[in-house]
Design a protein around this ligand. Structure first.
Ligand code: TXA
Ligand code: MG
Length: 336
């Protein structure tokens, strides 16, 4: 566990040096922990893919600490993208625009665009500044697993494959950044995340919804992703029916009024606040997968605000939608 260090001047300096020398540092952002390497050292970036067992066709997000760093990365920065950057950076928004040829191909998986974001977490900003280079970083989980919101979760997924893990406590937003592809006229949502679609549309008008399932626009938005080690089902039916659940099941989300004391119930937000639910989603899934359960049953939430990101992650984590018959969970084909 000596890979995990508390954030201090000394450990930040060490981390920045590791990045400059081609090593891997896991660090907190406001969304989830990232696994960082210098974006301009292809061999260091290659180590990210190896550490995560991530397929090379899945491009990375490049993290910057100052606005003018986009000049090293984007070959064009369309007005709509500039507007969004002004409003939402630093923060959980990733913008995809055409890349400069100097951006290594391994970062973008050979695409002609590059994804960039300026995180708002002070530790992330300080690390990038001290390293003196933009940092390429995916979420610091094993490929396909739930993203980490705590330093220990990074260690349990990646362990020795990382050179250093900066422990900045739990990440506040809890789901990954919203990813937008921005062209001259068109803005396309590739992944709902930490900034709500409604907020973005106030600034640039109508945004197209893309990135559903295996989208050629975003290679990483695989249908099955963010999955806990216990099968997860989205529940379709009346909450009352959950009383019949005799299997070892769990219910997350809610506020949940029923008495189902046989089940482990995890309420993500007592107030029914979607932002709070998003913040605790991944850590709750990771906690539940460690218990000897047969299934996690999640109640769908309303798809507005951060609820859109929560439902996106739950759909990808889920083996499908289920109902309850004779006390057992049965899979039902379709959502609706
Ligand atoms: O909040 C976040 O975004 C976190 C923190 C660490 O910043 N990062 C993160 O990275 O979630 P990752 O690699 O787990 O997800 C990045 C997503 C993937 O779905 C990837 O396919 C997509 O962004 N992406 C990256 N570059 C792209 C590009 N040029 N075109 C389309 N999609 C791209
Ligand atoms: Mg990820």
């Amino acid at each position: 566990m000596d890979k995990i260090v508390k954030v201090s001047r000394d450990t930040l300096a060490r981390a920045a040096q590791i990045i400059r020398e081609g090593g891997l540092v896991a660090f907190p952002t406001e969304t989830v922990y990232g696994l960082g390497a210098s974006a301009f050292l292809p061999q260091a970036v290659a180590r990210i893919f190896e550490a995560k067992k991530r397929p090379r066709f899945d491009p990375l997000i490049v993290h910057i600490a100052r606005r003018d760093e986009v000049e090293k990365l984007f070959s064009t920065f369309p007005p709509k993208a500039q507007l969004l950057a002004e409003q939402f950076w630093p923060g959980p928004l990733t913008l995809i625009c055409p890349k400069k040829k100097e951006v290594p191909e391994i970062v973008t998986a050979g695409l002609s665009t590059v994804a960039v974001r300026m995180p708002s977490h002070p530790v992330a900003l300080e690390l990038i500044t001290r390293a003196g280079v933009p940092i390429a970083a995916p979420s610091a989980n094993r490929f396909g697993h739930v993203s980490p919101t705590r330093a220990e979760e990074v260690f349990s997924d990646l362990g020795e494959a990382v050179d250093l893990i900066l422990d900045g406590g739990k990440t506040p937003v809890g789901v990954e950044s919203t990813v937008l592809l921005v062209e001259e006229e068109r803005v396309v949502l590739l992944r709902p995340g930490g900034i709500a679609l409604e907020e973005l549309e106030k600034v640039v008008g109508k945004i197209e919804i893309g990135g559903k399932e295996e989208s050629p626009l975003s290679p990483g938005t695989l249908k099955k992703h963010y999955a806990p080690q216990v099968p997860l089902y989205l529940f379709k039916g009346k909450n009352e029916d959950l009383k019949e659940l005799t299997e070892n099941g769990i219910v997350v989300l809610a506020p949940f009024p029923l008495d189902v004391s046989r089940l482990k119930v995890r309420v993500l937000s007592e107030r029914g606040d979607l932002r709070e639910a998003a913040a605790f989603l991944f850590s709750t899934l990771r906690e539940l997968e460690k218990t000897p359960l047969r299934a996690i049953v999640a109640l769908p939430v309303e798809e507005k605000g951060l609820g859109r990101a929560v439902m996106d992650r739950l759909r990808r984590a889920a083996s499908g939608w289920a109902q309850i018959k004779a006390g057992k969970l049965i899979l039902v084909d379709k959502e609706e």
